[in-house]
Each structure stands twice: as C-alpha cells, then as structure tokens.
Design a protein around this ligand. Structure first.
Ligand code: R5P
Length: 311
C-alpha cells in the first residue's frame, strides 16, 4: 500500500532481481511491504540460480526486474517461476525498463517482433504487468494479461526544478509528449529537434522553432543508450548559443561509456531514474510504480497485436 492508504487482499511482498535492488528497496518502503529474502548467483558457466529464502505462500509477490542486459531476462523468468511455485496467491511483474521495446514491429522483412516474443514467453508466469515509460505504449497490447505503464515525467520535472532550466527540448517528435508535460510543470518553453539530411553523410539537428541563444536547456528522452542522440543535439545547441545543457532520461542504459562521453560533449548534468542503476540515477520511480500497484489491475486485457502484422 502507499503509506497510509488501505489495502485489501493478500499481503504484498517485494521480490527483487539483481537489476533493481535499490529501486526494489524504495518500492517496498513506499508500499509498506516486506522484501522477500532471496539468494541469487551464477553458476560457473554463467547460468542463473535463484532461491527464495522466505515463504511467499498466499501472498501477493511483486517481482521487480529490468530486462537489460539479456541475463536479467533469464533471471526474471526464474524469479517469477519461483514465486508461483512457492505458492504466491498473486504475482505482479514489474519491469522498470522493458528492453527490446524498440523492436515492436517488423521494420524489415525477416525480422522478429522482439517485444512480442518476450511478452508471449513471460506472461504465463504472472497475473499483471507494470512497466515505466516503454519506448512505445503499444507494447502493452502484446500482453493478453492486465498490463499498464507509468510515466516518470513528473518525477524528472521535479528534479529539474533545481537545475535552472529555461527550455526543454525533445530529441524527436516521439519524445515531445513527455517533454511538454515536463515543460508545463516547470513553466518553461518546449520544442523538439529536427533532423535534416544535408547529404549522405551530413545531418543537421536543431530546434524546430525555439531560439536557444543564452539559454539553459534540458534535452529529455526516454532512453539514453550510446548517447549519440544527445551528443548530436548538444553539438547543435551549443553552436546555436545555448549556455548550459542538461540531459535527462527515464532509462539510462549508458552503453559504450556513454556517461563519460556525455560529460565530454558539454552536458553540465546527466540525470536518469533508477529503472536502471547507474551513477546518474538520481530520480526514483518508486512512487509511481507503488501508486500503480495500489490500484486494481485493469481487468480488461488489451487486444493482442497480430504478430504477422507489418506496419
Ligand atoms: C529512440 O528512438 C529512443 O527514443 C532514444 O532516442 C534512443 O534509444 C537513444 O539512443 P542513443 O543514446 O544510442 O542515441
């Protein structure tokens, strides 16, 4: 339960995977729930081993595990299976960062629909599913069980209140919705960047309408992976006269030493949430995940997308 609010049904217990131990602790505190003691380790060949060390029979077990990198996906299957097999009355699957959501359809002939493949494999193990800022909310249609997503936008906005921001920029139109929400909460202007191809090898990226001269700008995206998008945007914004840059995202994947590269590119601050743990995780999504879990799961399952569809 969110502190102070009534809860009915079986007692809630939080079962943390390796990926989200800090978030799981914060979530348990927000829910007023005990954590399940668990042993997690790897065999010498790399295979995962988990064992529940406290009883969960008759309880509502909330398994928390992001699915990046790939070994965490395997561990998630094992944790869900252990919860069910040990008699949990209800199993909620919380995947703070749902990897592979960018491959939510067939872009080129011969490809899989990765997010659908994983949701199909996972959903036999849980009763309901919660994720945070999936790359596209359409991935929820891949589940036939109750599923919902929550947004970190307001939490990121509250963090940015202390960061002296004059304007918010989305790196593309897709990120404009949550960027607008953040800008509204901060009372600053918002725009999105436009990529224009000059030649086969040259692109320019600049704000569509916003003048960034002399301004402190936060670029907000759902995911920072290699940091390439943020760095390309930073180069253009600095060339256009922006004086200070902040990079903010929900999911800090930070592949290939991206955090260091972002600092080198001139970002004064890089901030992410704790859906993935890193040195930039300064915002916790625990309050919004706890709030979702405290509401009844949506009872009408969404329609399953046609796996053969090519959009
Ligand atoms: C893609 O559409 C996402 O919203 C992010 O913009 C992308 O994942 C960022 O990747 P990278 O940091 O590698 O540029």
């Amino acid at each position: 339960m969110i502190r102070g609010e009534p809860r009915s049904g079986p007692a809630m217990r939080v079962l943390s995977g390796s990926a989200n131990q800090a978030l799981a602790g914060r979530l348990a505190a927000h829910l007023g729930a005990e954590k399940v003691d668990v042993e997690r380790r790897r065999f010498p060949d790399g295979e995962a081993y988990v064992r529940l060390l406290s009883p969960v029979r008759g309880e509502h077990v909330v398994v928390v595990q992001s699915t990046h990198p790939d070994p965490n996906l395997v561990e998630l299957f094992l944790l869900l299976d252990a919860a069910r097999r040990n008699g949990a009355a209800r199993v909620s699957c919380v995947v703070p960062y749902y990897a592979y959501a960018r491959q939510d359809k067939v872009f080129k002939e011969g490809e899989p629909i990765s997010s659908l493949a994983f949701s199909t494999a996972l959903e036999g193990f849980f009763d309901d599913f919660v994720t945070v800022d999936p790359h596209k909310t359409t991935i929820l249609e891949h589940f036939s069980k109750p599923s919902r997503s929550v947004s970190a936008a307001e939490l990121l906005a509250d963090h940015l209140k202390t960061a002296r921001i004059d304007a918010i920029l989305a790196p593309d139109v897709g990120a404009l919705r949550s960027s607008t929400l953040i800008a509204d909460r901060l009372g600053v202007s918002v725009d999105h960047l436009e990529k224009k191809r000059i030649s086969g090898t040259q692109v320019t990226i600049k704000p569509k309408t916003l003048d960034v001269q002399g301004r402190s700008v936060a670029i907000v995206d759902d995911i920072i992976s290699t940091g390439g998008t943020m760095i390309a945007a930073a180069q253009q914004l600095l060339a256009s006269g922006a004086t200070r840059l902040v990079a903010a995202c929900t999911h800090g994947v930070f592949a290939m030493d991206a955090l260091a590269k972002l600092k080198e590119a001139g970002f004064a601050e890089v901030v992410s949430t704790d859906t993935l743990e890193s040195a930039a995780s300064r915002v916790t999504v625990a309050p919004v995940v706890a709030e979702a879990l405290s509401r009844p799961a949506p009872d009408k399952p969404r329609a399953r997308a046609n796996p053969k569809a090519r959009e």
